[in-house]
Design a protein around this ligand. Sequence first.
Ligand SMILES: Cc1cc2nc3c(=O)[nH]c(=O)nc-3n(C[C@H](O)[C@H](O)[C@H](O)COP(=O)(O)OP(=O)(O)OC[C@H]3O[C@@H](n4cnc5c(N)ncnc54)[C@H](O)[C@@H]3O)c2cc1C
Length: 412
Amino acid sequence: MKPSAAPIYIIGAGISGLVAARTLEERGYAPVLLESAATPGGRVQTDSVGGVLFDRGFQVLLTAYPQAVKHLDFNKLNLHRFLPGALIFSEGRPERIGDPLRDLSSLVPTLTAKVGTLGDKWKIFRLSGRLKQKSVEEIFSTPEQTTLEYLQAYGFSRQLITTFFKPFFGGIFLEDALQTSSRMFEFTFKMFSEGYAALPASGIGAISRQLAAGLQKTSLSYGQQVQQVKSGFVVLNGGEERPSRATLITVPYDTETGMLQGSGVLWEGCDNLYFSVAKQTFEEGIIALVSDPDALVNNLHYPFGQQVEGNPVLSVTVVKKHSLDQRELIQKVREDLERCCGIQTKSFLKHYSIEKALPRRTDLKMELSRPESAVFENVFLAGDYLLNASLNAAMASGEAAAHALANALERA
Ligand SMILES: Cc1cc2nc3c(=O)[nH]c(=O)nc-3n(C[C@H](O)[C@H](O)[C@H](O)COP(=O)(O)OP(=O)(O)OC[C@H]3O[C@@H](n4cnc5c(N)ncnc54)[C@H](O)[C@@H]3O)c2cc1C
């Protein structure tokens, strides 16, 4: 086969691979997507069991993500919005902290909540206003510190950091020591201030399905585990070597050996457990946080419209590291829910243990730099792990790497 007649491969049909395929199609190419799993979406999946939807890990779409606005059809996703802010369970009591500028009903509870001082609440509004003025490019070029150092330097009280910022951003970063870069904090805070956290009516996996369904010229090939990629060929797990015109890899890649996965990327993980409850204790559309340092539970919510035999479903996320087996974990989570939130669970439904949820990195970026988008001749890299851990970064990296690939082919 002449090199120019060989396929363009994309390795991985996660969000970055799907957006890369879409971008290549727009540039006139018909790539082949090789995916090791049986479905598209990578880390963005929803399981339907007996008509009940279970997201594989609680994650939200922030509607202000510039890349999501560009690549997704929000109307067709039929988005349910979460209310701004959170319900915080502190010392056994629920306290509402919201954004009264957008959700007036949260004005009184926010001002009277015992979470943080009035000065803290004023600082939150000021920070939100300041970050609305700061561009995403500026955020990603500001020197980094840890989020904890940033919050302390901004003058937030230790109480607000412990009761609000640690559980709220700990649940987003999947680490509650807040060691994640201040760039990610500013970016996420800005996205929360300028839009909404939302979930498609049929679960987070609808995002993957929409992107995959929009592909017209791409061949999607599942159950294809790629082992190695170099200029001009890809090697499948069984050793089969296939010629390639160009390859775009969306998973961690060892640039020395050309092997996939051996790249030393570090990850944050979490557990996501689902229960049914006899009584729903707060509204759908509210994210509740547990600030008790002895609790394993980080956050909980009632997924929109999900019931099992007439009982509401509760989704619970554990971020803290632990060494409990599944039975012990379920027991501890049930105890936390009862002690900290006054919630009695009826039955345990599901548990996802997600070891590789978010790539951990410093020097967070918004855009791919040249050396990262081209490693060998006609081999290009994408994936959130190259930029920052978000749907926005996955999309941005897929789009940029696809353009770099198309430009290289058109220059040749
Ligand atoms: C629990 C959890 C919570 C999250 N919360 C949020 C959130 O609230 N907001 C947000 O914006 N983001 C969140 N994220 C992050 C977001 O989901 C990711 O940034 C994004 O999905 C990454 O997409 P990707 O394409 O870069 O990688 P992946 O989704 O990892 O895609 C890689 C694909 O490659 C396939 N693959 C791997 N190895 C091979 C191989 N050798 N050969 C062939 N195929 C292979 C995989 O099966 C996978 O489909 C969360 C993620 C998780 C798991």
